[in-house]
Each structure stands twice: as structure tokens, then as C-alpha cells.
Design a protein. Structure first.
Lengths: 134, 110
């Protein structure tokens, strides 16, 4: 049973250039959100839009892999739930294949990780995968 | 982020409630039978039940003196919607990334 978001995209730019857009705050602000991100493991930062996402850098492998925790706070109650974002960059020809995996929704783990008995309610949960975009 | 999303997460964020949902995934149970599985007071169990009921995760049927709890689809659909929401969120953002990068690249080439 899958419970993750997985998307694969191809860009005509080099991994170095794509990496810049994933790691430089002024470039991240252009397409994602305002942030005080730094590509340093353990650095705590925020993505700010209508809600605040509290994040922490987990892995930095320049031009290849980047991951951070992603904690979103409930708009209504302010209580958080956790997840994880992983970017993987692969050079393909004269461009870059960029894979995004957003998973580890902790609150979902137990509920969706259970293999038995979800015949009534599990069918929808079983579809928690997404098509690959190329 | 839309405002209706995280409430269902508050429901499943609690380990006891997740365990209750798992027990109910095997069979419908009375509140008393459910309470026997937990080291907490009956009112505490009832409070959890009420939260799950309000969020659409379970339905309650009165049979005789007993209250029977059964899993309900609505709450789970909202969780699905949340995942769908994030999937679309990233798709939109990555499309924007491609547009921003292409614009910059062509500008640089001039």
C-alpha cells in the first residue's frame, strides 16, 4: 500500500543549475515559497506561504540529492504533522531528471500501513500513489 | 494550503485513535468492547469516539442498549484529498520552476 507522492520531471538545464533552484533562497522564492533555507544538514528553516512549514535539512549531496523534514501546522488548530521531502537529481543527456518524493506522513503510517481489514475503507487509501510525470 | 485539510490529521495523529481505527477495521465493535482494549476510562474512550465520529471516520448505531461503532469512508476520503492536494501542489510548483528556469536560460543566452 503506497502513501507517498512521487513525481519525476525532466529539465533542460544542468544538475548544477537545477540544484541552485532547489537550494538558493532567492531562487526558491521564485517558484516555491519564501524561505531561509541553507544547504547545511541540521539547518532548521521555514517555507512560508498561507501556512508556515517548519523544516530541517536531513541530507545534502550536492547536485545529486537533497532531503528535508516537512512539518505543516494545521490552519485551524495549529497542531503539526510531519512528513519528508526528498529531491534526487540525475543527469540525463543534456538535461536533468528531477525526482520528488514526499512521504513519511507520520500520522498516516499506522492507519495506512495496516494490511488487513481495509476492505471497506482501504480502497481509496490504496491509491495514495501518483502518476509519474515526464 | 486549504483550510479543511489538517483536521482529519488531528484525528489520526493520536496513537489511541489510530489503534481504535485499526481494531474497527477488522470488525464493528461496541464502545464497551472497544474500551476493553485500552487502559483508559470509559469516558476517555467515549471522547475519542466522539472526535472520530465528528470527523467522519466512524458511524455509531444504537442496537438495544449497546452503541456499535463501524468505520466510515468520509474521514479517510479527506486524508486522500490531502495527499491529492499535496500532489497537485508540487505539480503546480514544478511547472512554475520549469517556466522560471526556461525564462532565465533564454534571457541569459541573449
Amino acid at each position: 500500500m503506497q502513501k507517498e507522492i512521487r513525481q519525476t520531471w525532466f529539465f533542460h538545464q544542468s544538475p548544477e543549475e537545477v540544484w541552485d533552484y532547489l537550494t538558493k533562497p532567492e531562487l526558491l522564492a521564485l517558484w516555491l515559497m519564501k524561505t531561509d533555507f541553507q544547504p547545511v544538514v541540521g539547518h532548521k528553516f521555514r517555507f512560508v506561504c498561507s501556512v508556515i512549514n517548519d523544516c530541517e535539512v536531513l541530507e545534502v549531496n550536492p547536485y545529486k540529492k537533497l532531503s528535508y523534514s516537512w512539518r505543516t501546522n494545521s490552519v485551524s488548530t495549529g497542531k503539526p504533522f510531519d512528513s519528508k521531502v526528498v529531491w534526487t537529481l540525475t543527469q540525463k543527456g543534456d538535461g536533468t531528471e528531477l525526482q520528488l518524493v514526499h512521504d513519511g506522513f507520520t500520522a498516516l503510517e499506522d492507519v495506512t500501513g495496516h494490511d488487513e481489514g481495509w476492505t471497506r475503507c482501504g480502497n481509496r487509501l490504496a491509491q495514495l500513489s501518483s502518476p509519474v510525470k515526464q | 494550503m486549504t483550510t479543511q485539510t489538517p483536521d482529519v490529521f488531528q484525528v489520526v495523529a493520536d496513537p489511541s485513535r489510530r489503534q481504535m481505527l485499526m481494531l474497527l477495521s477488522k470488525e464493528s465493535m461496541t464502545i464497551n468492547a472497544l474500551a476493553e482494549n485500552f487502559d483508559m476510562s470509559r469516558p476517555a474512550v467515549s471522547k475519542h469516539i466522539k472526535i472520530m465520529y465528528n470527523a467522519g471516520f466512524i458511524s455509531i448505531t444504537d442496537i438495544g442498549r449497546e452503541r456499535h461503532c463501524t468505520l466510515k469512508q468520509d474521514g479517510f476520503n479527506q486524508l486522500q484529498d490531502f495527499i491529492d492536494y499535496f500532489d497537485k501542489f508540487w505539480e503546480t510548483k514544478l511547472k512554475k520552476l520549469a517556466a522560471v528556469m526556461n525564462k532565465r536560460s533564454s534571457t541569459n543566452r541573449k
